[in-house]
Write a protein of this length. Structure first.
Length: 162
């Protein structure tokens, strides 16, 4: 099922704001072309959009595989270049360097997973299924604190008495 509103799928391009916003500064495009400043923002936006599309389960399988491989390579590339930014203080031989690498890797991975939400198919619940789930939830005993769980009254009638 194709879901969402007419323009709902455009939310998949929302990470592009991370690449576009720095380019709005004066002389930002010149700095990108001459010094490479802002290239990381472009890489982060591309890996989020491509990774989100790859894990969404929609679209052609070959396109998703290509996007997934490119996004994984970008995640690894950004993670490994964190050491070049700060020098020997963040080397992999230092605990701080390993922590920064793990942080960068996990944040970029979570960003790609979150970016898959607009690409996912919409699952609509049928009213009967919602009502069944609500009534089932009400009849299920819950624990509100320490101690044994109290079964519902209907189950107590069939319990043997000791």
């Amino acid at each position: 099922m194709s879901g969402g509103g007419r323009r709902w799928r455009w939310l998949g391009a929302a990470p592009a704001a991370f690449a576009i916003a720095p380019m709005l500064l004066p002389d930002a495009i010149l700095a990108l072309l001459t010094q490479g400043l802002g290239g990381g923002a472009i890489a982060v936006a591309l890996l989020a959009i491509g990774g989100g599309f790859a894990i969404s389960g929609r679209g052609r399988l070959t396109a998703r595989i290509v996007c997934g491989v490119l996004s994984a390579l970008l995640i690894l590339g950004v993670t490994l270049t964190t050491f070049d930014i700060a020098g020997p203080r963040l080397a992999m031989t230092e605990a701080r360097g390993v922590w920064v690498a793990l942080l960068a890797f996990s944040l970029l991975t979570v960003f790609a997973i979150a970016s898959s939400i607009p690409f996912r198919p919409v699952v609509e619940a049928h009213p009967d299924e919602v009502r069944d789930a609500e009534s089932e939830q009400r009849n299920t005993p819950t624990r509100s604190g320490p101690g044994p769980t109290v079964p519902p009254p209907s189950a107590m009638k069939s319990m043997p008495v000791e």
